[in-house]
Design a protein around this ligand. Structure first.
Ligand code: ZN
Ligand code: ZN
Length: 725
């Protein structure tokens, strides 16, 4: 005996009359198994004369159950003889509310085929289903049907049509119908306003609300919250402010929820002064709004203000912690982000995917491998290792930490890969100057039918330019446009300028710039300028540098590169002029800084830094390293020095570059043979580049240096960039 049979008294069953079933259907509390059982008995009893009214009852009971499966409902419905519209409408209404509203439209099409009779009540559920699945074609067909059947003046039908067109993105058609409506209740206004917001047509919302007021319908709190959250979502401050003013002018009573919505809106638009004055008056404070404030301050670059709010909140949820961690991670305070993450874990909070993405990005920007490995282990242990976005971020993280092998490892273990995965891996090879593998991966990507995007091509072009593959790069650029229909962005043109510039094809580089459909930016002129410096093209170099200074008069790099060009040509007079110009403008060279991670600690060195506790040992080590390298053929490259110093001072200015100090500290601390990783904030100079190549040979160690734009992997006296950087 199972549970089902206990519902119905199990007498001899087959010979009950219709009263018996009638009673069952009205008295028992309905459940799906119960209905199915009655259904089976009705069929078996063969009492055809009385069954039709029973089936109707059964059908209505089934429609009242939200859990009734589509096919079951349909099977009862088909047993009804000539069902009246009341019944078919019941079915349509039920289906339009389920998780598969498209079934409504399917049934409607069948009913039309079989010439069912419809009335005006049939239409709203059909439109509701079309709205939910954004079925414009079906929606239009229903519209035409309404017109034919003259249901068009029914306000419910009209409202449904407005909603359908708005949901399908045909907002102007929605408006035309809306304007023709004879009666417009608050629901209709809500739908129209929401439609404008959802379609990003903010400028239409305020006039519509004025019109709403004139027709004596005043916006309710739903309208206000719809509009405020839409402004927040779109970051549309201009309209948000205008809307706030509308609220003030109309003396709208701002309740607690609306107050929160206003703060959210201003914070999302990074208008933090207004947000913070509103936040001060909010009582009690709540964590959702506080989180919006934290994100708002972080986006506005005011991380301390964000932290102040974070610290003020007595109760913090995961979203709040994540927002603060992400604020640090994106505000290049990666160490603080990692510190906060540890704190969060120690409080027993479990991070989610969003938190992990911020933490990974913090490790990436820090370039600290020990931290990165720790986080990766944490990810594996806590069930994030199957997550596509997390894995994509891990590839990027290892690439930025100078661990190509581990990036390849993550890529290889992934079960699912998307275009971001492939692009990240191509980008990882690219920054290593490993164009061969970048191109191989691109070929493999194509065989797996993954459509490349613009980011993929940035990686490919970057790889070619840094490996001197001019022909290959040119082909890829053309293929991007012709085969993939991707219009080049500034970054792509930048890569091409770099590609030609590095290969000493300076005229071609200039032609790329001159042929760009958009104005070249500082980076592009800067790249041409750098190439001119390397190939001693003084005239074009000067021209490029002047273009840079025109776009950014305080561009320190342009001043320095211009002085470099003059210094290489020994035009000391011009160098002096440049220096004066820089002093007058207050342009200071960004001081070189290198970071190194040893035993999980991060050490930072500035140029000529003497603040380290082991300063004496470090400088002594430097002298020792220089003499050992000199035996191997090192001579300081004076062309890398900026200013007209005398020979001795120049040597010092060169030897005390931050990455050399970091390297010497690592050599003091590390055992021979282990890999040394250094992160430099500026481009590595020619002298350091040569110095590091020789050091990798003399000290039999791998050295990875990440400078502002790329990686250098020094090994056995050579660099992975093949001296193109
Ligand atoms: Zn240097
Ligand atoms: Zn290099």
């Amino acid at each position: 005996m199972n549970a089902m049979t206990s519902i119905i008294p199990s007498s001899t069953a087959f010979h009950h009359d219709s009263n018996y079933y009638n009673n069952l259907l009205t008295t028992s509390s309905s459940s799906l198994p119960h209905l199915k059982q009655i259904h089976a008995r009705i069929i078996r009893s063969h009492s055809s004369s009385s069954s039709s009214s029973l089936v109707v009852k059964l059908f209505l009971s089934a429609c009242a159950l939200p859990s009734s499966p589509f096919h079951y409902l349909l099977s009862i419905f088909t047993q009804l003889e000539n069902p009246e519209p009341r019944l078919s409408n019941k079915l349509l209404r039920h289906l339009s509310r389920t998780t598969d509203p498209e079934n409504t439209l399917f049934v409607y099409a069948k009913m039309r085929d079989q010439d069912f009779v419809f009335d005006s009540f049939s239409i709203p559920p059909l439109l509701k289903a079309s709205t939910r699945v954004k079925a414009l074609t079906e929606g239009k067909e229903i519209h035409g049907f309404c017109f034919k059947m003259e249901f068009g003046s029914d306000p419910f039908v009209q409202t449904g049509l407005v909603g359908m067109y708005a949901a399908c993105g045909h907002i102007d058609d929605a408006r035309k119908l809306f304007d023709k409506m004879s009666q417009r209740d608050i629901v209709a206004w809500n739908i129209m306003i929401h439609g404008y917001c959802a379609n990003g047509r903010y400028n239409n919302v305020l006039p519509l609300m004025e019109e709403m007021k004139r027709s004596n319908v005043f916006p309710d709190s739903k309208v206000f919250s719809t509009v405020l959250s839409a402004c927040a979502h779109a970051g549309n401050l201009e309209f948000g402010k205008a809307f706030h003013q509308f609220m003030n002018e109309n003396k709208v009573v701002v309740d607690y929820n609306m107050h929160c919505a206003l703060i959210n809106m201003y914070a999302a638009c990074a208008s933090m002064d207004i947000a913070s004055s509103l936040f001060k008056n909010l009582s009690p404070k709540n964590v959702v709004v506080a989180t919006a404030m934290i994100t708002g301050y972080s986006n506005a670059g005011k991380i301390e203000a964000a932290r102040l709010i974070f610290d003020q909140m007595p109760e913090k949820d995961l979203v709040c912690w994540s927002a603060m961690i992400s604020g640090y991670a994106e505000g290049s305070q990666a160490q603080e982000a990692l510190y906060l993450f540890d704190q969060m874990l120690s409080l027993g909070l479990k991070p989610d995917q969003v938190t992990m993405l911020s933490v990974i990005s913090a490790c990436a920007s820090l370039g600290a491998l020990d931290h990165a490995i720790k986080i990766h282990t944490f990810i594996d242990k806590n069930g994030f290792s199957g997550d596509l976005r997390v894995n994509n971020a891990l590839i990027d993280m290892y690439a930025k930490c100078g661990e190509l092998e581990r990036a390849i490892g993550v890529f290889g273990r992934m079960h699912r890969r998307n275009v971001i995965t492939w692009s990240s891996m191509i980008g990882a090879y690219a920054v290593y100057g490993d164009a061969l593998n970048a191109l191989n991966l691109f070929r493999e990507m194509k065989t797996q039918n993954i459509e490349p995007n613009d980011v993929t091509f940035v990686g490919l072009l970057y790889a070619c330019s840094h490996s001197g593959l001019v022909e290959e790069g040119r082909k890829i650029f053309e293929s991007m446009i012709n085969d993939y229909n991707i219009m080049p962005r500034r970054e792509h043109y930048g890569c091409m300028v770099d590609l030609y510039g590095r290969a000493n094809l300076l005229r071609e580089a200039l032609e790329v710039i001159e042929g760009m459909p958009m104005a070249p930016n500082v980076v592009i002129w800067g790249s041409l300028m750098a190439a001119c410096r390397i190939y001693k093209e003084v005239e074009l170099g000067e021209y490029a540098a002047k273009q840079v200074l025109e776009l950014d008069p305080y561009h320190d790099g342009a001043h320095i590169l211009l002085s470099n060009i003059y210094a290489k040509e020994k035009r000391w007079e011009n160098v002096g002029e440049m220096r004066k110009l820089m002093q007058n403008k207050g342009v200071l060279k960004q001081r070189g800084s290198s970071r190194i991670e040893l035993d999980g600690e991060i050490y930072e060195f500035l140029t000529a830094d003497k603040s380290h506790t082991h300063t004496n040992e470090i400088y002594a080590k430097l002298d020792e390293v220089v003499s050992e390298l000199e035996v191997a053929g090192y001579t300081p490259n004076m062309g890398s020095v900026l200013v007209d110093l005398d020979e001795e001072d120049k040597t010092k200015a060169l030897l005390w570059h931050s990455e050399k100090l970091a390297l010497c500290y690592a050599l003091l601390r590390e055992k021979r043979g282990s890999c040394i990783r250094i992160i430099k904030n500026l481009r590595v100079c020619e002298d350091c580049h040569n110095f590091f190549k020789l050091a990798s040979k003399v000290y039999e160690t791998e050295i990875v240096v990440r400078d502002r734009t790329r990686f250098h992997l020094y090994k056995d006296g050579a660099c992975s960039c093949k001296d193109y950087w």
